[in-house]
Design a protein around this ligand. Structure first.
Ligand code: AMP
Length: 312
């Protein structure tokens, strides 16, 4: 896929973090995590024009950034500051279907003021990964005329910064959140109604991620469902949503257009990348993939969901 690299560039803002993950497979400490780590890596399979804006502390292992740079990702916007890196501690239920946040240590994120470089201001595709909505808005203000701005968020921000979040959501095109967050944000249990309420907040489309139930896209023109790959080995769901987002936006950059059919394919590519992410801890599931493996899983998903129209 690298040969047909797109002319569109993808700018990613998000967390670059260290995670401690507890769950049925034991406690794993100091794993590479953060929304931007998953997004940029997943997107790098589709385009060589990915740039990241983030902050790390002076405790952050240099090898993680070097690895991202080696994939062709522009890491010049990852600022290293004196202090502790963003650290997230999460615990999964035995069936991996739910998780709770045990600790969020903002560290250097508390003082972070994202700076978009002159060249990055022209980015066509922008993914505001899950971070403080005030920072997301700050980045938005620095952009010139992006063709598509998508953003993710989480329950923490819905709970503690609802007003700031609403201001950011009003300015973007696509909101990507999980089902639980959509319900919390819209104060509505039914997902179709929740999506309709979210669309009234400003975005032109909303993507609701539902873990192993797949993802739903709602927009003015209707809805589209991307299935999730049924997997036999799921180890760590952390970063599945971000890998989905990275695959989706990376594919849009690769395809170079935003037609409805390209967006549907991008949803499937998101599902493919999310499926790889959950098979291993940290970014390991989306490390060292080949175009052939991505293509094979895409084809399997296409086969899985394919059906003919009938006339009754
Ligand atoms: P996901 O599983 O796709 O929702 O994303 C998991 C990643 O989000 C983890 O690697 C965490 O480091 C990161 N994360 C968790 N909480 C926050 C937060 N409040 N702000 C930014 N990133 C976070």
């Amino acid at each position: 896929m690298h040969q047909r690299s797109a002319h569109r560039s993808l700018l990613v803002i998000g967390s670059v973090a260290l995670d401690d993950i507890d769950g049925p497979f034991g406690m794993h400490r100091d794993l590479l995590g953060g929304s931007a780590s998953f997004i940029a890596r997943a997107a790098s399979y589709f385009t060589k024009h990915v740039a990241v804006v983030a902050v790390i502390g002076d405790d952050f292992p240099k090898r993680h950034i070097d690895e991202l740079s080696a994939l062709g990702v522009d890491t010049s916007g990852i600022e290293r500051r004196k202090g502790e890196s963003f650290h997230w501690v999460g615990k999964y239920a035995p069936d991996l279907s739910t998780r709770e946040t045990l600790d969020t240590r903002l560290g250097v994120f508390a003082e972070f003021q994202p700076k978009v470089s002159e060249a990055q201001r022209d980015a066509q595709l922008v993914l505001l990964g899950n971070i403080d909505p005030v920072l997301q808005l700050d980045v938005l203000k620095q952009l010139r005329a992006p063709a598509l701005v998508a953003m993710d968020t989480m329950n923490l921000w819905i709970n503690i910064k609802r007003d700031d979040l609403a201001k950011t959501i009003a300015k973007i095109h696509t909101l990507m959140i999980n089902d639980e967050e959509a319900r919390l944000l819209a104060e509505e249990h039914n997902l179709r109604k929740a999506a309709a309420k979210i669309l009234k907040m400003g975005p032109t489309s909303v993507i609701i991620k539902r873990g192993d139930a797949g993802a739903l896209l709602f927009h003015g023109g209707g809805a589209f469902a991307a299935p999730a790959m049924p997997l036999s080995d799921v180890v760590d769901p952390t970063g599945a949503g971000d890998s989905f987002a990275g695959g989706l936006m990376g594919y849009l950059a690769y395809a170079g257009d935003l037609s409805p059919s390209t967006i549907r394919t991008a949803m499937i590519m998101g599902s493919v990348m999310g499926s790889f992410a959950v098979e291993k801890f940290s970014v390991d599931g989306i490390r060292n993939l080949t175009v052939q493996r991505i293509q094979q899983r895409f084809d399997e998903l296409s086969e899985l969901a394919h059906f003919e129209r009938v006339r009754l």
